[in-house]
Design a protein. Structure first.
Length: 94
């Protein structure tokens, strides 16, 4: 469910955020390469989250949540999680 607060926001990081994760609980985890999936991107800022040593800026840990409507995981980098956790009532499992 998209709320007007998000639709009327000029914050570029929220362009792809629809509010479905509001109030959800996230796990703070190290990223682990599984098969060919060697990285994920932060849903908001698109920062790479990976366990591979890379020359560009990236995180090795992130906040992961399962999207209820798709049952797929999404990742939020630590910086974005800290910035938006109160606004979207995000919680952590630990």
């Amino acid at each position: 469910m998209i709320n007007d607060d998000i639709l009327n926001d000029d914050d570029w990081k929220l362009i792809n955020y629809d509010g479905e994760l509001n109030g959800k609980t996230f796990d703070y985890l190290p990223f682990e390469t599984i098969g060919r999936n060697n990285h994920e991107h932060c849903l908001l800022c698109w920062k790479r989250i990976t366990d591979i040593d890379m020359p560009d800026e990236h995180d090795t840990h992130g906040y992961r949540c399962i999207v209820p409507s798709t049952n797929k995981e999404v990742w939020i980098c630590k910086e974005c999680f800290d910035e938006y956790r109160n606004r979207f009532d995000w919680k952590t499992s630990k």
